[in-house]
Structure formats: structure tokens, C-alpha cells
Design a protein around this ligand. Structure first.
Ligand SMILES: [Zn+2]
Length: 130
């Protein structure tokens, strides 16, 4: 039903691949540093720090990715249900509830005690600006 979910999933798995690549590359870099140390007996603390922090960062990204998909600035679309009285002009909008359908009886009208029906069900995309 939701078109946003697969896209978000695809992006987070792409990030996961990138983080994994970063992890592999930084581990390879760290290995090369120790290889060089074995040969020359000199250690480059700057490159060790760099690859170590890259490893930490990629592990952090990977652990974050596993928990929840990345948010792209918008929430999953809200579905609203419009209830309308058949006798007066009373209208009420509430969140969609499981089992809602158009022309479903929605109980008595709080204004005139007439019959209320679901007149429409719609999705609204709420964009979040941070
Ligand atoms: Zn009414």
C-alpha cells in the first residue's frame, strides 16, 4: 500500500553496503599499516587513528541501520476518514481506523442525532521540515 517504504528500505540497504565497504577498506588499510610496521618498524599514528576511526564509524552506522530504516524527512502518510451527517452539514475528520469504508454507518450525529456516514477516506502526506 505504501510507496515510500520500499524506497527507504532500498536507500538504507545502500548505506549498509557503503558502510560495510568502508569497514572492509579501513580494515585493509589498518592491515597494511601493520604490514609496513613489520617491515620498517616505524608506525604512523595518524593513519592508524584514521583507519581506526573509520572502522568505529562504519560499525556505528551498521548497528544503527539494523535498528530502524533511515528517515527521509517525511512520515508515513496519514490516512484520514471523513464522517458526514446525512441530515445536517456536520462533518468530522478522524484518523482512519481498520474496517473503515465509504458509506459505512458511523453512528449518530452529535449535532442532530441523525445518521452519519463515512463520506471519504484519503491519504495525506505530512512533510516534516526540520
Ligand atoms: Zn447531523
Amino acid at each position: 500500500m505504501s510507496k515510500e517504504a520500499p524506497a527507504a528500505k532500498r536507500i538504507s540497504s545502500l548505506f549498509m553496503i557503503l558502510a560495510f565497504l568502508m569497514l572492509v577498506l579501513s580494515m585493509a588499510a589498518l592491515y597494511q599499516i601493520f604490514e609496513a610496521y613489520n617491515r620498517t618498524k616505524t608506525l604512523d599514528p595518524a593513519s592508524i587513528m584514521l583507519s581506526a576511526s573509520a572502522i568505529v564509524l562504519s560499525i556505528y552506522i551498521l548497528s544503527m541501520m539494523r535498528g530502524k530504516p533511515i528517515k527521509l524527512g517525511f512520515e508515513t502518510p496519514e490516512v484520514s476518514t471523513v464522517l458526514q451527517c446525512t441530515s445536517c452539514d456536520y462533518k468530522n475528520v478522524r484518523r482512519f481506523q481498520r474496517g473503515d469504508y465509504i458509506f459505512k454507518d458511523a453512528g449518530p450525529c452529535p449535532k442532530c442525532n441523525g445518521r452519519m456516514l463515512i463520506s471519504s477516506i484519503y491519504r495525506e502526506v505530512i512533510e516534516k521540515s526540520k
